[in-house]
Design a protein around this ligand. Structure first.
Ligand SMILES: NC(=O)c1ccc[n+]([C@@H]2O[C@H](COP(=O)([O-])OP(=O)(O)OC[C@H]3O[C@@H](n4cnc5c(N)ncnc54)[C@H](OP(=O)(O)O)[C@@H]3O)[C@@H](O)[C@H]2O)c1
Length: 218
């Protein structure tokens, strides 16, 4: 599977409908692929309407299978759906035990948008891999903290975008389909929620300006 986040949509140099079309053509060529499984708008800034209409066209042409967004509030995703043909199929947002996003997840599902978790391990922040609550749950099932977190997400029907460069961890992270969390486990995990991003706010004007100044072309 090839999933591509369309980072160029926040760039000044690539903000138009035509910019998206040429960016995807370029990516397909460099990847040596005929189509991409999932194409996302990375951030809810700049000309997301132009980008979205280009993505709808690319989907019709069979160059992408599914299209979605990332870091969109539910309101912005619904707005995009209401005034275009295709409802975003995925919204990739930060979801981990410290930023559980329960209400957003519920609202996305209600709109038919599948939540996808980026940084499911909070990139290791707050000593997540030695968190006593998660370790205690894992010990009951002979599972690691990473496996408990992935299982917790899978049981909520959330797509998990867990990153590792280590083959043995890739195997470990996939090995989560032979146990189930109890209601008590889930209640314990709920206590870890801090209700805010472990990284930054997408509503912070300074952050938006910083993103607009970046020059990423993929
Ligand atoms: N849409 C967005 O705005 C956005 C933002 C941030 C990230 N993302 C994407 O989300 C994906 C995952 O996020 P992320 O990499 O930021 O954070 P993450 O998946 O929460 O954490 C990755 C870290 O966890 C470690 N790890 C993975 N499996 C482990 C295991 N079983 N045991 C112990 N440590 C383990 C990795 O180390 P090793 O690699 O050394 O194993 C790495 O340090 C990436 O593909 C990233 O591109 C998207």
């Amino acid at each position: 599977m090839c999933s591509l986040s369309l980072q160029c949509c926040v760039e000044k140099s690539c903000k138009t409908h035509d910019g998206v079309m040429s960016s995807v053509e370029g990516s397909l060529e460099r990847l040596g692929l005929d189509y991409i499984d999932l194409l996302l708008i990375h951030q809810p800034y700049n000309d997301v309407y132009g980008a979205w209409r280009a993505m709808e066209e690319l989907q019709k042409q069979g160059k992408v299978r599914a299209i979605g967004v990332s870091n969109f509030g539910v309101d912005r995703a619904v707005d995009l759906a209401a005034f275009n043909e295709v409802t975003p199929q995925v919204n990739q947002i930060e979801i981990n035990p410290f930023q559980q996003q329960t209400k957003n997840i519920e609202a996305l599902k209600k709109e038919g948008i599948i939540p996808e978790a980026w940084a499911p391990f909070a990139e290791g922040k707050n000593d997540i891999f030695t968190n006593p609550v998660l370790e205690k749950i894992g010990n009951k099932y002979g599972k690691s903290v990473a496996q408990v977190i992935i299982r917790w997400l899978v049981e909520q029907d959330i797509i998990v975008l867990a990153k590792t460069v280590k083959p043995e961890r890739m195997v470990e992270n996939l090995n989560v389909f032979d146990f189930e969390l109890t209601e008590d486990d889930k209640t314990q995990i709920a206590t870890l929620n801090q209700g805010e991003s472990q990284f930054f706010s997408h509503y912070d004007p300074e952050m938006i300006k910083w993103m607009a100044s970046r020059n990423l072309n993929i």
